[in-house]
Design a protein around this ligand. Structure first.
Ligand code: TEU
Length: 560
């Protein structure tokens, strides 16, 4: 068992966590003032979203200097203080490594733009498609689209060629085929390790290997290919990840690593996280995040989640990585809406119960759980109503694209209200008063209007809060080999509203029963043959036969 197999990670999106200087944007000094809060919660690792110099086109996922802290967030001295403060509390620090692409104002790209520059080959530059005038419609080298909508190539008049950007035009893709690029990135990561960093989260890391020669993929009616399989899991990905592992010393230093992998399936994840592979400790899959998207697969094409589909997907990943590889476990991050609004019930009656049930369901699975800032408070979606309130480039591009297609603005705003990444990016509410304790200035994104009901101060003071429920689940993982290592068995897989599973190790087991609906549900004991002969160690028989109230979850200790 690696150390992170008993760990729980906490993701901080720095611009929304805590602001120390009143500019309305969170910063490193702000984080420093809440380290005891993290220690109380009991998390072992903090994953910090990008803090490097950036023009902030994609809120820091467009890096212009990998070796310096953006002044918005503070200085390298502030960073060193944060490392010291976290380590003093036994908490490790994991940085977000965005190495599939840089900012278009990174010196490497500015140099690469010069025709004939020795860095020309550090990015993907290609001439106009044969038979087309450079810069004309349809002249793009391939029909690839951007994950943020629109074409994935931008014409550069200075050189008369196009450069590839799978995200915004201000995020040009690095050419990982070039060994100089790889060497520079590895050296940069080693410098952060020398500064006390304990691991990395790798942004869209399974896009770094492109199939050459670059070729068109299946296109939609607009002639653009948005099929991520054309750019994900490329032919040299395993090779690059093994080289990264060796050159950065991931296995050697037992670093915490997790690779965000668009479209990764469990077989690929197993291969990437097999300890014998020498690649990564874990990956983030998107499969369970796509079950409430319609046939188009686009997140904006919203359909109700069918609980049996979610149970089947999570059970599949539990089984596939039971003996080889390791699961990450998450409901939320800075790209996903708030889980209590998306999967739970954020009404005043059920918000706390459903947030606790989502937590119990996830944290008693096998793997490493990730808590996204504010998830431990049961924070809800932002409740934004006008497009002028949205900051996120993906959201604004979606809205503009929809308008251009003649779609109803109200329908577009409805989809944004449910799925925009800004739902997860509103400031953490530290107290219920004015400004919520996030900033003394005007916050870059509005504080949730319900922060008078949902805030850290009240949660810490209330033993029955979502916060203390997370704290108990985290402590249970630390203390229980059964939670860390037990085998997983899904029960009642087809039940429409009960999420029920068994974790067993030797002659002991945990039975998790969770009602994922607002209506009371009886526990169909007769349908639980796995429990035959089991004796209850914790919990009572009449509890077992009880009906579960709306969004109630229970955990029973069993023995044989
Ligand atoms: O996200 C990759 C990614 O695929 C997401 O953009 C996802 O497709 C979308 O947000 C689903 O709603 C990573 C980072 O997590 C994200 O914040 C960055 O915008 C993106 O890469 C580019 O660096």
């Amino acid at each position: 068992m690696a150390w992170w197999h008993s760990a729980v990670a906490y993701q901080i999106y720095p611009r929304s966590f805590a602001d120390s200087n009143g500019d309305g944007v969170g910063d490193l000094k702000g984080i420093l003032t809440h380290l005891d809060y993290l220690a109380m919660l009991g998390v072992d690792v903090v994953w910090l979203s990008p803090i490097y110099r950036s023009p902030m086109d994609d809120n820091g996922y467009d890096i212009s200097d990998y070796d310096d802290i953006d002044p918005l967030f503070g200085t390298l001295a502030d960073f060193d203080a944060l490392v010291e403060g976290l380590h003093a509390r036994g908490i490790r620090l994991v940085l977000d490594m965005v190495i599939n692409h840089t900012s278009d104002v990174h010196p490497w790209f500015l140099e690469s733009r010069k025709p004939g520059s020795p860095k020309r080959d550090w990015y993907y530059w290609r001439p106009a498609r044969d038979g087309f005038e450079p810069g004309s419609e349809g002249a793009e080298p391939t029909n690839w689209g951007s994950f943020f909508a629109g074409r994935g190539w931008k014409f550069d008049p200075a050189s008369g060629e196009y450069y590839l950007h799978l995200f915004s035009p201000r995020q040009p893709d690095l050419n990982w085929e070039n060994p100089e690029v790889r060497a520079e990135l590895y050296a940069m990561m080693r410098r952060w390790l020398d500064r006390g960093v304990d691991g990395f989260r790798f942004d869209v890391i399974n896009l770094i290997s492109k199939t050459l020669p670059l070729a068109d993929g299946p296109a939609g009616p607009d002639g653009i290919c948005y099929d991520p399989s054309v750019v994900a899991e490329g032919p040299r990905l395993h090779e690059f990840l093994k080289e990264l592992n060796r050159e950065v010393g991931i296995d050697e230093r037992q670093l915490f690593t997790v690779g965000e992998m668009v479209l990764v399936n469990s077989a690929d994840a197993r291969a990437h996280t097999d300890p014998e592979a020498g690649e990564l400790g874990m990956v983030f899959t998107f499969e369970h995040m796509m079950l409430d998207a319609g046939p188009s697969g686009l997140k904006w094409d919203i359909v109700p989640l069918r609980l049996p589909a979610l149970k089947a997907n999570l059970a599949h990943w539990q089984q596939e990585l039971a003996d080889v590889g390791w699961n990450s476990l998450y409901w939320e991050n800075h790209d996903q809406p708030r889980s209590v609004s998306r999967f739970g019930d954020d009404s005043p009656e059920f918000r706390v119960a459903s947030a606790k049930t989502l937590a119990t369901t996830l944290h008693l699975l096998k793997g490493t759980p990730f808590v996204y800032q504010g998830e431990e408070l049961g924070m809800t979606n932002a409740g934004l109503t006008g497009i002028e309130q949205y900051d996120d480039i993906e959201s604004r591009n979606f809205y503009a694209g929809g308008l251009a297609l003649g779609m109803d603005p109200a329908q577009l705003l409805g989809a944004l209200a449910q799925r925009s990444r800004d739902n997860a990016r509103t400031p953490v509410p530290w107290h219920g008063g004015a400004g919520a304790g996030f900033s003394t200035g005007t916050p870059w994104l509005p504080v949730n209007a319900n922060h008078d009901q949902i805030n850290a101060a009240d949660a810490v003071a209330d033993p029955g809060s979502v916060f203390h429920h997370y704290r108990k689940l985290i402590a249970l993982r630390h203390d229980s080999a059964l939670v860390r290592e037990g085998r997983f068995e899904l029960l009642l897989g087809e039940h429409p509203s009960l999420f029920c599973y068994l974790r067993s190790l030797d002659d002991q087991a945990l039975l998790v029963v969770a009602n994922w609906s607002s209506a009371p549900v009886p526990l169909p004991l007769d349908d639980l043959p796995s429990l035959v002969g089991a004796r209850l160690i914790l919990g009572t028989h009449d509890e077992l036969s009880d009906t579960l109230a709306g969004w109630e979850s229970r955990v029973y200790r069993l023995g044989w």
